[in-house]
Design a protein around this ligand. Structure first.
Ligand SMILES: Cc1cc2nc3c(=O)[nH]c(=O)nc-3n(C[C@H](O)[C@H](O)[C@H](O)COP(=O)(O)O)c2cc1C
Length: 162
């Protein structure tokens, strides 16, 4: 089994997933910022982080340092096979190790540049996705899709690790 779940969260959705998974599999979860004193090089971990412009944030801080058994990429877009393939190639990880977890948008916690970017994406979607009302609503008003059920695949995968 892994030693810990490490998470990187800006507005809290990834943290929520990490906490739920931690309880479910009875493994501690740590914020990426606090792992220096908690983990040793090559420890087995699962890494959960929010996606920023297609990048799994903080990935370079864990990739060649710990034995990352799998990744949970948390984004605002719906789960989609093509999108997952883009994340796999863009972040240089093996497909079977990547699990997409839909997070959400929380305007109360977004500030400055990050808030601006999400608003811009919302505006861009307005012209492109007229029929996709759900996605427009997410980017204009915010939403949460955090659900324990979304963790089933990553949970099953972790059960195969000794
Ligand atoms: C600047 C910025 C860029 C983002 N880029 C993406 C993206 O490329 N793909 C995606 O699915 N979500 C993207 N999002 C949405 C976040 O990944 C989403 O809100 C996520 O749930 C945040 O997780 P957190 O609450 O743990 O920080 C972006 C958000 C911000 C603020």
């Amino acid at each position: 089994m892994i030693k810990a779940i490490v998470y990187n969260s800006k507005t809290g959705f990834t943290k929520e997933y990490a906490k739920i998974l931690s309880k479910k599999i009875n493994v501690p979860c740590y914020n990426l910022k606090e792992i220096k004193n908690k983990l040793n090089k090559n420890d087995k971990i699962a890494y959960l982080a929010w996606i920023c412009a297609g990048n799994i944030t903080g990935i370079n801080k864990v990739k060649n340092k710990y034995d990352v058994i799998c990744y949970g990429a948390v984004g605002a877009f719906p789960k989609d096979e093509n999108y997952i393939n883009t994340l796999v190639s863009g972040n240089g990880i093996e497909k079977e190790k990547l699990f997409y977890l839909r997070g959400g948008i929380d305007f109360n916690k977004l500030k400055g540049f990050n808030k601006f970017v999400v608003k811009i994406v919302g505006k861009a979607l307005e012209s492109k996705e007229k029929e996709n009302k759900e996605l427009l609503k997410v980017f204009n008003e915010g939403a949460s899709f955090v659900d324990e059920k979304n963790l089933e695949d990553i949970d099953n995968y972790l059960k195969t690790v000794f």
